[in-house]
Unconditional design. Structure first.
Length: 197
């Protein structure tokens, strides 16, 4: 018991405060340990996926941003069951001299790599050949299975129309020894150009 005029904490109050502080520190330590374990598990899953998430996002975006063409220039998509060539926008970080529009080709090469080849599509007559490049998106890929949905419905394995398909489905099939699995990439190409602002 405190007497009148006495300031400070009693021994019992100090012990209780220290015990509560100890519980808080233990809880914080467990939270940090859980967070570090969760981050390690996330990194292991990313490594096991082999970059599939980034490839998925890139291909979805490029298919969505396929050039729908104009009145005097229909869209250009040459679609086969195992490859496709189309005009689209490269990801923002891949712009060269401010140009993102490019003709890209997606296919699996003889060494089982999923390859994206691109060539910039400048809006003026170039003085020299436009920039081009090639990037390996994934390795150990057995084949691509690409199908195209017609605007009226129904899937086809070849695309030769002057219109863009309603949907494009890309299935990445890995080699037998590779245990990676990934759901089909299904994306809807832009059907008409957005209005100019």
């Amino acid at each position: 018991m405190r007497k009148r005029g006495q300031e400070g904490f009693t021994l019992l109050e100090t012990i209780v405060a220290l015990a509560v502080l100890g519980f808080l520190l233990v809880g914080l330590g467990q939270g940090v340990r859980f967070g570090l374990g969760a981050r390690a598990a996330e990194q292991a899953l990313e490594a096991k996926g082999g970059g599939l998430d980034a490839v998925d996002r890139t291909l979805r975006t490029m298919i969505t941003e396929m050039d729908p063409g104009a009145l005097n220039a229909p869209p250009t998509l040459a679609g086969a069951p195992d490859r496709m060539v189309f005009l689209t926008e490269l990801p923002p970080g891949a712009a060269i001299h401010g140009i993102r529009e490019a003709r890209v080709a997606l296919a699996v090469n003889a060494t089982h790599e999923l390859v994206l080849a691109w060539q910039l599509a400048p809006h003026a007559v170039p003085l020299r050949p436009p920039a081009q490049g090639r990037v390996v998106l994934l390795s150990d890929v057995a084949r691509l299975e690409i199908t195209y949905e017609e605007p009226g419905g129904g899937w086809v394995r070849q695309w030769n129309s002057v219109e863009l398909p309603a949907l494009v489905r890309v299935r990445i099939v890995f080699r037998r020894a590779d245990r990676r699995l990934w759901p089909d990439i299904v994306a809807a190409p832009m059907r008409e150009r957005p209005p100019m602002v």
